[in-house]
Design a protein around this ligand. Structure first.
Ligand code: ADP
Ligand code: MG
Length: 153
């Protein structure tokens, strides 16, 4: 478990872990509204692509970034009501790009549609801090989960 005290520590954390994120990995960001999912997403996307303007995907469900030889799909499932809506947005097509890094806020809404292997970031919100637990679902990214946990020790 990682404890982040203040927004800057969330941003620094995102920058630090970005180099560990292999092409093709999916990050499932889970936690209450305002727990830091978008803050962490932006830090990772900015660090990997150099892009500055990174809006929350809450309204358009998915934003795509191509820069610095990286492709990142940034999803937010918050406004989706039915799992079947994932077909409408072509979620499977995004997943089939095995080189893309996929970041999904509120991923736990449709857990059965997620790939077999992914990294889950579970946020807990406190007044002035956030805890983040990193869980490898499936075996493929277990070593990255360990590396991330060890990074801040
Ligand atoms: N480690 C932290 N400690 C305290 N506040 C934080 C921390 N990380 C982010 N925040 C703040 O919490 C809010 C998180 O918002 P956001 O990232 O949009 O959350 P979410 O996408 O989970 O709804 C922002 O106001 C941000 O400044
Ligand atoms: Mg958000």
């Amino acid at each position: 478990m990682i404890s982040l005290k203040g927004e800057k520590e969330t941003v620094d954390f995102g920058e630090k872990i970005s180099s560990l994120l292999k092409d093709g990995v999916t990050l499932a960001l889970v936690g209450d509204l305002g727990s830091g999912k978008t803050t962490l997403s932006k830090a990772i996307i900015h660090s990997l692509t150099g892009i500055e303007d990174i809006p929350s995907p809450t309204f358009n469900i998915v934003n795509e970034y191509n820069a610095n030889a990286k492709t990142i799909y940034h999803f937010d499932f918050y406004r989706l009501e039915e799992e079947s809506e994932l077909y409408g947005i072509g979620f499977d097509d995004y997943l089939s790009n095995k080189k893309a890094i996929i970041i999904i806020e509120w991923a736990d809404k449709f857990e059965s549609s997620l790939p077999k292997n992914y990294l889950k970031f579970k946020f807990t919100k406190y007044d002035d801090a956030r805890d983040v637990e990193i869980i490898s679902v499936g075996k493929k990214y277990m070593s990255i989960a360990d590396e991330i946990e060890n990074l801040l020790k």
